[in-house]
Ligand binder design. Structure first.
Ligand SMILES: Cc1cc2nc3c(=O)[nH]c(=O)nc-3n(C[C@H](O)[C@H](O)[C@H](O)COP(=O)(O)OP(=O)(O)OC[C@H]3O[C@@H](n4cnc5c(N)ncnc54)[C@H](O)[C@@H]3O)c2cc1C
Length: 660
């Protein structure tokens, strides 16, 4: 029997996730989120299937519930529904080679602890790692603090087991036939319940080096960050705090005592001395967001960038040496700030409760785009938010082709302020050509904005849902509500040299495509022997972005995917559409004539030494950028220290050659 409860406390506990709108409603005595009729805790895939089949036969909505740490209302209950809490599915293992099999209800930190005991890690490290589950990560396409090196969680998932009313199936390495993985990840429980995962692991990094630099402006720092990524120097951490975030959150100083110091603390201290003011403490100053934002801008002291490398010690030494040189337009601030961030990296997210207690609200918005559109996205969203709330931002989750922006904001804790803030900010993100979600998913908060962003694939999503979930019981009515969107024009063909991407005709023969690119001084980062459309679904490494954007004709209508390195605005099937349907593809390119070092080692040999080549060619790998020659030399040495599988007894010392 599946454990089930109709206890009111359990139902209330599963009525909502950590969407700040729900917290404001609670704090202001507004309407509670509707609570589910019952909560079930399945322990096996068969028990999930039993719950799903019961819900289907009774026509009851079923809402999967991981740890409820989502911040967009995705796991919030609905009246009369069955909440399926997956935390009793908490088995880890086997851990074999570079994979781990893990059940969906495992809390993130428990997985990392178990892996660390055998010298492995996922290095997926969201701030919510203590209060979010592996299944929730996959269902909402989460990103961790080291994503610039290891990718987002969706990049680490090698296989899923999924239970839907009409089918149980595997994806990726566990797929039998059609691979629905790209549709299930990011589908927030609407296409199936994830019951098992196969996840890639890496060795626990042997070394880490973190540093901090101060730049005079975000623009100067963006150039340095982009230079680092496009030189393939693979930082694990790259976080730029805008001037307000640098000032308010104390990134400008290395001491913990000063974190958060400044004029906000002064206001807080003064008002807290008057008990009657305490509950209105923040609603008073936050009622003047434009003034607050102007004041915050006025005390700017530049912006702080934290950069860090981790992995094999020799690789870290080379990458951080060349990386430091590329950041030399900033003022070096030493290692202490970076180490301070590392030690406290999960803390800041748990500090918003006092803001709600004091009559305010705090929230975050994560958007992303290509480098060339980043300034417009930053200015557009910041201005939209700044009309309603005090706003600051940092830039993290960085890619060769673009970057995400993480806005943090605080406003008066009233629902009408909250709703106006998000309405304007989402519209501004869309207008600037950014994705409305980089890693927090969609939920109720962004469902209309995401539906507009991915209008072209909504019919396919609904067709798949009808096939897997014919009675529509799985987390119904959330992803892709009906929206009216005019059919978009096809994206213009051409090169974006800042983001180092090209938008090309998907079916153009390789010879004419490559000749045109060469004439412009570029070549494909991922060489393709045929038309691009035939290569889109080639396997990729977690840090690689093979397809940024696409346009395709689906069911007689054009679907356009924004050029963006990663998104969490629902599923990401942009690389798995029928090859014939593609019109254009936006793909990464590299400059011809850059410093290149090519060595005849395999990708497996490179990865065993923690090296990430720029390009993988037939029988060889290629490194580019200033460190190319040294990295290639390290890759060559790898050949003697990586035993061929199965390991022959003769290769006794796997560290041979490492010290040279
Ligand atoms: C303090 C704080 C910090 C955060 N920091 C980060 C961060 O750094 N990076 C980041 O990416 N996010 C972050 N988040 C957001 C949140 O942690 C992520 O969205 C996370 O992926 C949600 O996991 P969960 O297990 O809590 O899922 P839930 O909130 O329980 O559910 C999320 C969605 O997934 C569905 N779902 C859950 N489990 C399954 C399953 N097994 N099968 C199918 N569907 C399922 C739910 O129905 C819901 O639609 C943060 C949140 C908080 C509160």
């Amino acid at each position: 029997m599946v454990p089930v409860s109709v206890d009111v406390a359990e139902r209330l506990a599963h009525a909502r996730d950590l969407w700040p709108r729900g917290t404001i409603a609670l704090a202001t005595g507004g309407a509670m989120a509707p609570s589910p009729a019952a909560v079930a805790w399945p322990r096996t895939e068969d028990e999930i299937a039993a719950c799903v089949s019961w819900a289907q036969s009774e026509g009851v909505a079923i809402v999967p519930y991981g740890a409820g740490s989502g911040v967009c209302g995705a796991a919030a209950g609905r009246a009369g529904s069955l909440a399926l809490d997956l935390k009793r599915m908490n088995r880890i293992g086997p851990i074999e080679g570079d994979t781990v099999r893990v059940q969906p209800g495992v809390l993130g930190q428990h997985l990392e602890d178990a892996l660390e005991r055998v010298g492995r890690a996922t290095r997926h490290s969201p701030s919510s790692i203590w209060c979010s589950t592996v299944g929730g990560w996959a269902a909402s396409r989460s990103a961790g603090q080291f994503s610039s090196k290891y990718g987002k969680f969706e990049d680490m998932v090698l296989g899923l087991r999924v239970v839907a009313p009409a089918a149980r199936f595997g994806t990726g390495a566990w797929a039998e036939g059609e691979d629905l993985g790209p549709w299930v990840m990011g589908s927030e429980g609407a296409l199936g319940i994830i019951s098992d995962l196969l996840v890639r692991t890496v060795p626990v990094p042997a070394a880490r080096r973190l540093g901090a630099w101060r730049f005079g402006s975000v623009e100067a720092a963006w150039d340095a960050m982009r230079g680092l990524l496009q030189a393939d120097l693979h930082p694990a951490v790259l976080r730029l705090y805008d001037p307000v975030d640098t000032r308010i959150a104390g990134k400008g100083t290395a001491t913990k005592a000063s974190a958060g110091a400044g004029w906000l603390d002064e206001i807080r201290r003064a008002a807290e001395s008057v008990p009657a003011l305490r509950s209105h403490l923040l609603s008073l100053p936050l009622a003047l967001p434009r003034l607050l934002n102007a004041l915050a801008q006025g005390v700017s002291s530049g912006c702080v960038l934290i950069a860090g490398w981790e992995g094999e010690a020799d690789v870290v030494e080379v990458l951080s040496r060349y990386g430091g040189a590329l950041l030399s337009s900033g003022e070096p601030l030493g290692e202490e700030l970076g180490e301070h961030w590392y030690a406290h990296r999960h803390e800041v997210s748990y500090k918003s409760a006092p803001i709600f207690e004091r009559g305010g609200f705090a929230d975050t918005m994560e958007v992303a785009t290509t480098w060339s559109r980043l300034p417009a996205l930053y200015e557009g969203v910041r201005a939209a938010l700044g009309r309603h709330v005090l706003v600051m931002a940092h830039f993290s989750h960085v890619y060769r082709e673009g970057c995400s922006i993480y806005f943090s904001f605080a406003g008066v804790g009233r629902l009408e302020v909250y709703d106006a803030t998000w309405r304007d900010a989402l519209a501004a993100a869309s207008a600037a050509g950014g994705t409305v979600a980089h890693h927090h998913g969609v939920g109720q908060l962004k469902m209309e904005a995401a539906a507009r962003e991915l209008a072209g694939i909504a019919p396919r999503f609904h067709a798949l849902k009808a096939r897997l979930d014919p009675k529509g019981v799985l987390n119904p009515g959330r992803l892709f509500p009906p929206v009216e969107v005019p059919e978009p024009a096809p994206p213009a063909l051409g090169i974006d040299p800042i983001s180092q991407v090209a938008t090309l005709a998907a079916h153009e023969p390789a010879a004419t495509r490559d000749a045109w690119l060469a004439g412009e001084g570029w070549e494909l980062r991922f060489p393709a022997v045929g038309p691009l459309a035939s290569t889109v679904s080639a396997p990729k490494q977690p840090w690689e972005t093979r397809i940024l954007g696409a346009s395709a004709l689906l069911d007689g209508r054009r679907a356009v995917f924004l050029p963006v390195p990663r998104s969490a605005a629902g599923p990401d099937p942009r690389a798995s559409l029928p090859p014939d349907s593609y019109e254009t593809l936006t793909v990464p390119i590299v400059r011809r004539g850059e410093a290149v070092a090519c060595v005849d080692v395999t990708l497996v040999e490179c990865l065993a030494a923690d090296l990430r080549p720029t390009r993988v060619l037939p029988g060889a790998v290629e490194f580019r950028g200033p460190a190319a020659v040294e990295l290639a030399a390290m890759a060559t040495r790898t050949k003697v220290r990586v035993p061929a599988p199965p390991a022959p007894p003769a290769v006794a010392d796997p560290t041979e050659g490492r010290a040279s």
